[in-house]
Write a protein of this length. Sequence first.
Length: 259
Amino acid sequence: MTLIFDDTATGLPVLLIHGFPLSRKMWQPQVGPLVKAGCRVITPDLPGFGESPPLQGPANMDAYADAVIGLLDRLGIDRAVIGGMSMGGYVLLDLLERYPRRLTAALFLVTRAAADDAAGRVRRGDLAGAVRGGDREVVPDAFEKLLFAPGTPQKRPELLATVRKLMDTAEPEGVVGGLLAMRDRKDYLALLPTFHLPALVIGAAEDLAIPPSHSEALAAGLPDDELHIVAKAGHMGNLEQPEAFNRILLEFLKKRNLI
C-alpha cells in the first residue's frame, strides 16, 4: 500500500494521522511550529482519503496501521512520535498494540479508546449504505455539524469551508471503508494500562463528536501520560485553537526531552 504523504524538514520524526473523513492537509497549522522546534513532520493520507488510493482488501484498523508502518519502513524511520486525531487515534491504538517498538511517544489528539456503542454502530452502517447508494454528501453533511464549538461556523465560516473541502477529497470507497473500520474497531479501554510509552492526551472542551469525558478516560487508563483540555475548541481543535494546541504539543515534547 503506497500512501501519499508530506515529509517536511529533519530532526525528531513526528507522524500525524488525520481524522475521518479528512486528509493530511488538516495538519497545516501544526507543521511550521513543529519544524521550527526541530521536528521532521510526516503527514500521510490514509488509504482512500485525500490523495491516497483505497485499500485493495477489507478496510480495518489493522490495514491502516500496516500502511503507516509501511510508510515508516519506506522512509527508513525505525521509531517516531505518532499522533492521531479522532479516527487517526484509533489507528494509533492499533499501532501501540501491534507495533509498540516503532513508537517513541503517542499523541492522542481529540480521540477515544472506547468502541462504538450499539447505536453508534448502526449509524455508521447506515451512513456507509447511503454512500454505497451514491450519496456523496451524506457524510460531509452529517459530520460538519459536529466539527467545531457551537457558534464557530457562524463566526468563522472560512474554517467550515476549509474542512468541507478536505472532506470532499475522500473517495466514496475510502469513506465506506473508514465507516466500517470505525464501526468494527476494538475497544481499547482495558488495554490502556499496558501501553507504557510517554503519552499526551488532548481533548476539546466543546467537542460535540468526542466529549472531554473520553479524553479523561483515556488519560485515566494510560500509565505515563498527561492530559490537556483545550478551551473554546470543538472537534477540530487543532484548526480552531491552533496556538493553544501547538503550545501543548511542543511543551510535551520538550518536557519528555524529545526535542
